[in-house]
Design a protein around this ligand. Structure first.
Ligand SMILES: [Mn+2]
Length: 304
């Protein structure tokens, strides 16, 4: 890829219960992001961090939604609007936005910014979870479990001016690696035109075949794709430093081959984000270092 990468940090933890993911952007930078990108032949600049209010500063249930529950809705919406503006500005400058989380609620901002005007955006969401709850179905009220539903304009999000949603069409969205899905999410996923590949699909068909199909779906009829990688997609033995670990995730090698497949689509790749790195729960920053390695693979780094 010839395009210069602009790194945007979003130290966001308003969308998750466990504090610590706000330090994710620092941990990923410290983990060698710039060096890993350089080893893939990528020139990068750092655009700094987007300001995020501290949870202590505000009331999580101050409201703003007609129904259901979404903690820190107002604050999350404001941060995501700033993320969307920064991602859009990066693209306008001819650079590639690489967004570092922070919890997965920031995906709302990244996708809205990457979708831009009236263009069709494909999305691949590598995650253990569906992130498909709405304020009506959520068991926790945490927006990081609702971000994909939000960009599709689902539930109470649809009745609110929630960052120009729906930003993407269901048929252009693919989930990969699911293994922990709430009842409300399962029902909604069945009804939707979103494609969902579970860990069972990866077990039976193999990661390369599943990821190849995901890329075909996301690129079919779209103007570009966004890749959102939640580190909890990997097995916790490889990525222990995440907010909500679930056993039975993809292996180190499966994650790399998936990113190498993503790199094959560099002409369509528009934006990428790495989220949910939690250095407090990590072991010597290895999850952040793994995130850097996976970014390098996604940008074309090869063994030979
Ligand atoms: Mn997630």
């Amino acid at each position: 890829m010839d395009t210069q990468v602009r790194v945007l940090g979003v130290p966001m933890d308003l969308g998750a219960d466990r504090r610590g993911v706000d330090m994710g952007p620092s941990a990923i930078r410290y983990g060698g992001l710039a060096d890993q990108l350089a080893s893939a032949g990528i020139d990068c600049i750092d655009g700094g961090d987007i300001a995020v209010p501290r949870p202590e500063e505000s009331d999580p249930d101050a409201g703003g939604l007609p129904s259901g529950r979404a903690k820190f809705f107002r604050e999350t919406k404001e941060v995501c609007e700033d993320v969307a503006t920064a991602v859009d500005a990066t693209l306008m400058d001819g650079q590639f936005p690489l967004v570092l989380g922070g919890d997965h609620s920031i995906g709302i901002g990244t996708i809205v910014g990457a979708a831009r005007d009236d263009e069709e955006l494909g999305v691949i969401w590598f995650d253990a979870h569906g992130d498909f709850n709405t304020p009506e179905t959520t068991p926790s009220g945490n927006i990081h479990g609702m971000s994909l539903a939000a960009v599709l304009g689902d539930g109470a999000f649809a009745d609110h001016d929630w960052a120009h949603t729906p930003a993407v069409r269901e048929e252009n969205v693919v989930l990969v690696g699911l293994r922990d899905v709430d009842d409300g999410e399962r029902r909604r996923l069945y009804e939707s035109d979103v494609t969902a590949f579970t860990m069972s699909d990866i077990d039976t068909r193999g990661a390369p075949e599943v990821v190849a199909e995901a890329l075909e779906i996301a690129t079919d009829g779209t103007d570009g794709i966004h890749v959102s990688l939640d580190l909890d997609w990997l097995d916790p033995t490889e990525a222990p430093g995440v907010g909500t670990p679930v056993r039975g995730g993809v292996s180190y090698r499966e994650a790399h081959i998936a990113m190498e497949y993503v790199a094959e689509y560099h002409d369509q790749l528009r934006s990428m984000e790495m989220v949910e790195v939690n250095p407090i729960l990590d072991e010597h920053n290895r999850t952040a270092e793994l995130a850097c390695e996976l970014v390098a693979s996604a940008f074309g780094k090869r063994v030979l």
